[in-house]
Ligand binder design. Sequence first.
Ligand code: SAM
Length: 262
Amino acid sequence: TSFGFKEVPEEEKTRMVGDVFKSVASKYDLMNDIMSGGLHRLWKDRLVSKLRPFPGMQHLDVAGGTGDVAFRIVDAIYTREQRSFRGMLANTEAKDETRVYVCDINPAMLEVGQKRALDRGLAECPALVWMQGDAEALSFEDGSVDGYTIAFGIRNVTHIEKALKEAHRVLKRGGRFLCLELSHVQFPIFKDMYDLYSFSVIPSIGELVAGDRHSYQYLVESIRRFPSQEKFAKMIADAGFVDVEYENFVGGVVAIHSGFKY
Ligand code: SAM
């Protein structure tokens, strides 16, 4: 049945679907920029600099649909390599082994990420692997990745403990777990201001810019429910990680938690 609509040829449909995702992606980026004043870019840079990516690395970025973290990792490896002639000679072969797996539960987000890879000239990059998967039940072998990152993702996972156990399972010994997440503001006056901003300003921006107040209300509530920095650090340690620490940004608006598999 055509439901009164004109039959759309296959190619045109692909283009139309592409356009829809383009608009979702641009809204997503725009919203992140507006809500964080562009700071999310710096926080993601910091996450990747803590990771210290290296040629030949096997890395898993969970909840990474948009590719924001994965692109930075790939850039870091390839650019550093170009800067260092010795590194280039030593790592030419290893570079080809580099894999950055972008794992996300939502295929629509993965499509957004792949579209962005295309725009950045990274569509053919052999290091980038896009895969659908659940943080709570990863399809990776035990001890198979050097690094694990999750940016603004763990808050959405139903059973955080399970996701942490999975991160620990798939990491190699010596591998690092890094999590960037919206967290809890530590200073009383700033906390009041931040509460006001998040409860009234964010849902309004969501409505105005993305036409979706409800999702942004949910976002604010999910930040509230997320464990404190200390409690989350304890959960990471309970999953088996050692040398667990965290770094706050903007007084705790976001935090990067880190741990190693021993
Ligand atoms: N990491 C990206 C960034 O920082 O821009 C995307 C973050 S986005 C706010 C959260 C992502 O988590 C979504 O793409 C969503 O599909 C994904 N997600 C939610 N639950 C997940 C799960 N259980 N396993 C894997 N991904 C999940």
